[in-house]
Design a protein around this ligand. Sequence first.
Ligand code: FAD
Ligand code: NAP
Ligand code: SF4
Length: 714
Amino acid sequence: MGGFAARRCRYDALMTATLYPHLLQPLDLGFTTLKNRVLMGSMHTGLEDGRKHFPRMAAFFAERARGGVGLMVTGGFAPNIEGWAKPFAGTLSTSGAAGRHRQVTEAVHAEGGKIALQILHTGRYGYQPFCVAPSRIQSPISPFTPRALSARGIERQIRAFVRCAALAREAGYDGVEVMGSEGYFINQFLVAHTNHRDDEWGGSYPNRMRLAVEIVRRVREAVGPDFILIYRISLIDLIPDGSSWPEVLELARAVSAAGATILNTGIGWHEARVPTIATSVPRGAFTWVTKKLRDALRAEGIATPVVTSNRLNMPEVAEAVLARGDADMVSLARPFLADAEFVNKAAQGRSDEINTCIACNQACLDHTFRNRMSSCLVNPRACHETELVIAPAGTRKRIAVVGAGPAGLAAATTMAERGHEVHLFDAAAQIGGQFNLARRVPGKEEFEETLRYYARRLQVTGVRMRLQTQVDAELLRSHAFDEVVLATGVTPRDPRIPGQDHSKVLSYIDVLLGRRPVGRRVAIVGAGGIGFDVAEFLANGTDLGHASTTMDLAAWLREWGVTDPQAQRGGVVRPQPEPPVREVTLLQRKPGKHGGTLGKTTGWIHRAALKMKQVQMLAGVNYERIGAVDGSGGAAHADDPVGLFISYGKDHRDGTVLTVDTIVLCAGQEPLRELQAPLRAAGIEVHLIGGAFEAGELDAKRAIDQGTRLGARL
Ligand code: FAD
Ligand code: NAP
Ligand code: SF4
């Protein structure tokens, strides 16, 4: 190596060591060494659930191995039919199945990575008729009542775990993770809430933890000493009668002694009513619990590495957690859907180029719960690596993209990455479109990261940016572009309520941008995603400078009733939210529950958050008119309230008036594509994406997906 190259190499190594010294430090496990402290946590993506997906799964993990992660864990594979998460879920119970996994392990090893297989037995969480559990107690999240296992049945389950681990070794995996948390099968034995047995597998804690310890002991026996065995332990169950802290410690000691190489940690059962990974959860909200465990084990001389998880999405956060000694390793899962190159970018000092997971769940967990293949809202290539390929363009074209919202940003950067000359226009002074509104909502601060990512990506790919430029057909015609992409987004729908031109009727845009003052009593017309967000914004007093609990861990823990598991079994107490700043009423015309269109895994959180803020929900209403409460027409005085006159049902019965200080319109959106007709008339064909293409069912997931796919094609 020449003098300059050698100096450069030393400089790079020094930079890396200085930037994230804890994160990028190798971890010596005795028989093998992990190249850094980053574990890609297990995610059920859907790739596990069909033989035909194995080549995709191999490409998915190979890309992440290439991205530099220290160790990856696959999505859960059941050790037998009883352990299925759903009918025909991915299972590893035969040599034939192990053979298919070889393409995954070989692809990962070819990229210099390491991978462990997660053994997941769902017990009473199984969404299938063969599910089994310690006792016959149905879970609130499955319609199937489990069969209570006999002692022989338990022995069969243990043997299935052991066989699965041995097959994982045969398939070339570097290890296995035994899933013992999140309320799954093993966890169900641990707590009296789900274990009513009075034999040697129930009753006292040594009996209840016998299953976990037996599985670890016998798996270790079967796989030998030089195979990674991760045990995922539930540190804080977040259910009323979950494990006590002394029980958690006893289990950690026992599984370490039985042969666990690493203790990965789990936070909360799936049936818990506390959000644990949603975007409104503060970053690193639960690492203090991991620290409790790690400190206790170290005090006893137990050196098993402890992994922390949940809402760690940037290298700075992970580095701080490790530097504080909260854990020996960090587990990030969804951040690797968002960006396969997370670790390499951090190591190369390019963390501003990381496509950050915003914890929205919209394309990952929400898909899983709807039986769809997972992907990622900010990275539609996730789990689609073999099909959505960003290849260099054959011919370099001059392309105009109008609109720098999520759709336009995705299209422009993808096309520029492929080598096109891309000109991106926006009328606004900053990029981001509606994300500039979304990021102001309490609990959606992460959306800011997507704007940071795209701002940097525009520079890196060389997109020519023209802000504060209202584009018309003439501008586009005069530049004679080869292709024109319209990503002009949406405009608020006009609900045409008689009297809505009243001075106290505001649009959600005015409210979120703080352009107009909002009174103490508020009625919100429309309970879609934006109506919910505006309700949270106003009830929390965000416009008045009240901080979001997402930015204040202690306040967030109080709000959701999370406490030290040493003080209270399971770590949950009565929630103590701050009182609302305003009286908010959220209205919709359709009958039934509010928030039906919200995400499957986050809708309940939004509903619970509004309930805590005492937001009143009215459904099945007709908006008759808006006017002075006394029926006189306009507002006589600036301080006078305004009336929203409503009735109910098709027959407009029970007419009443809501007396409020402000009415906010959140009645949906219409596509904004007024440029299409004049361009067509000038002989210019356009490509429509995002809201400009279709406003119904629009969200950023569709906008970015459409932009990326068009960008990959043009
Ligand atoms: P837009 O984001 O609307 O961008 C269009 C851009 O085009 C704008 O910047 C505009 O200035 C520009 N433009 C328009 N006409 C012209 C012209 N003639 N010349 C130049 N520039 C022009 N989605 C989710 O998936 N999850 C969420 O949690 C979520 N929360 C939201 C919360 C709020 C409060 C709001 C308002 C939206 C939220 N959304 C959310 C919706 C999401 O932001 C939109 O679906 C997405 O922004 C649509 O992207 P787009 O690129 O099609 O359009
Ligand atoms: P939306 O979800 O379609 O909701 C529009 C609301 O307005 C509905 O409650 C609808 O209910 C009401 N409405 C429709 N037409 C009306 C009319 N003529 N008069 C009065 N009310 C009317 O749209 P949005 O809230 O504007 O959100 C836009 C998009 O952003 C959504 O598609 C959503 O996916 C996305 N978004 C997502 C999130 C998220 O958390 N995932 C958050 C914010 C926004 P009724 O017809 O019953 O009255
Ligand atoms: Fe993260 Fe949302 Fe992507 Fe899921 S869909 S990985 S939560 S950004």
